[in-house]
Write a new protein. Sequence first.
Length: 471
Amino acid sequence: MSATYKFTEEVNKGFDRAAAYVDASPELLGQVKRCDSLYYISFRIRRDDGTIEVIDAWRAEHSHHRQPTKGGIRFASAVNDDEVMALAALMTYKCAVVNVPFGGAKGGVKIDPRKYSAAELERITRRFTFELWRKHFIGPGLDVPAPDMGTGPREMAWVADTYASLCGAELNAYACVTGKPVSQGGIAGRAEATGRGVFFGLREACNIPEDMKKLGLTPGIDGKRFVVQGLGNVGYHAAKFMIEAGAVLVGVSEIRGGIANPKGIDLEQLMAYRREQGTVVGFPGAAPLPTSPAALEVECDILVPAALENQIAAENAPRIKAKVIGEGANGPTTDDADQLLRERGVLVVPDIYLNAGGVTVSYFEWLKNLQHVSFGRMEKRFDESAYRRLLDAVEESTGKEFTAQELDFFARGADELDLVNSGLEETMAFSYKQLLEGKEELGPDVDLRTTAMVHAIKKVIVAYEELGIFP
Ligand code: NAD
């Protein structure tokens, strides 16, 4: 980990490298790079014991070239203005890469959520939402938060309820935030979407035979050994889908330590152990490692950093043995480390593509909230009847009868989860294809991160040019 770390500088170094491939004026490029708005808030809350505490919080809206802006709310003790601005910028580029029509934003509340009761977290979330509302930093057409580190569906339900209470008659109030529980206007598949997207993206990358050959690997996910850092929302789900596709989890880095087992770690047993013990260390199915970051250096094919930024730096990059790095987290690799990995021929699948599954499904949730009907509700039964008629015709013309199981399988109409997963898979697969085409145009020496960034900058620039300047 780099000590003199400034997250915005790291993001901007990547931006500058990509901007060299974009034909645009320095002024326009400067506009794309800058953060449009940053809102700092400090407010007081009452702790359960009656004491008063002052809380610092931020919301950054990086780019208004599309509205609403979109990005998670993070609860973590390291949150600061630099971090939210960097994360908001990554959101702008990410949305552009996967064709989600939002500008980028991010919010952060400087607390360690583990040190607060549920009632205190609710008061903090509601007050933060109120502060966003009063300065027009939240709204279905303005700025739409989502979960990030330290927050989840519970907090998003509090955000929605607070906003709806403030804007009683606003029909679309619940579209002010995504990642809500399904019973509160959320969408099936959102909780696992980022991890599922990480899996889809890695599957696309590993399915290119020439790229795998260069790394000395065979195509496909099946049999690949992988390490994950952070068993939270993103890391756990990414690992789950990787394992379902035949990959073997050989190492885990968590906040209180790391573990490894070259023969494989049972993910569900490990999660149960961590729930009981509060740590992964001591898990009977794996050996403890001297430190948590040591897990990043475990012998494997794929490393999935899915915890936080600044984890792979110039200091530890040379010791990383993975041939593919799939960035589940935002900004896990510093610019220096990225260069070292490039020189060693490591394939880095960048955050602004790989973890975009979350915002993609958040976009679907926002659309669902605006249309006030769940996906699949109108057509599921109609499609099933049409498939049945088709199957009847096949039976009649062939004289062969389908079994009840076959009929159920072939005649099933899509429900919301089917459609969400299909939309997510299409987005990740199509965007990877676009990245590969872009890489081909830029030349063999240009890496995927630079390609993705070039792609993103060009799209934002087109929007700015077409919109013109007000007034
Ligand atoms: P989370 O809070 O659910 O999980 C984070 C996990 O990382 C926790 O298990 C925590 O114990 C662990 N962790 C924290 N510090 C660590 C350290 N130093 N070493 C090892 N493990 C550590 O958060 P999340 O929502 O899974 O987000 C993780 C990353 O993914 C963040 O960078 C976030 O910005 C990014 N991301 C999240 C989403 C989403 O939909 N939640 C979408 C895109 C990107």
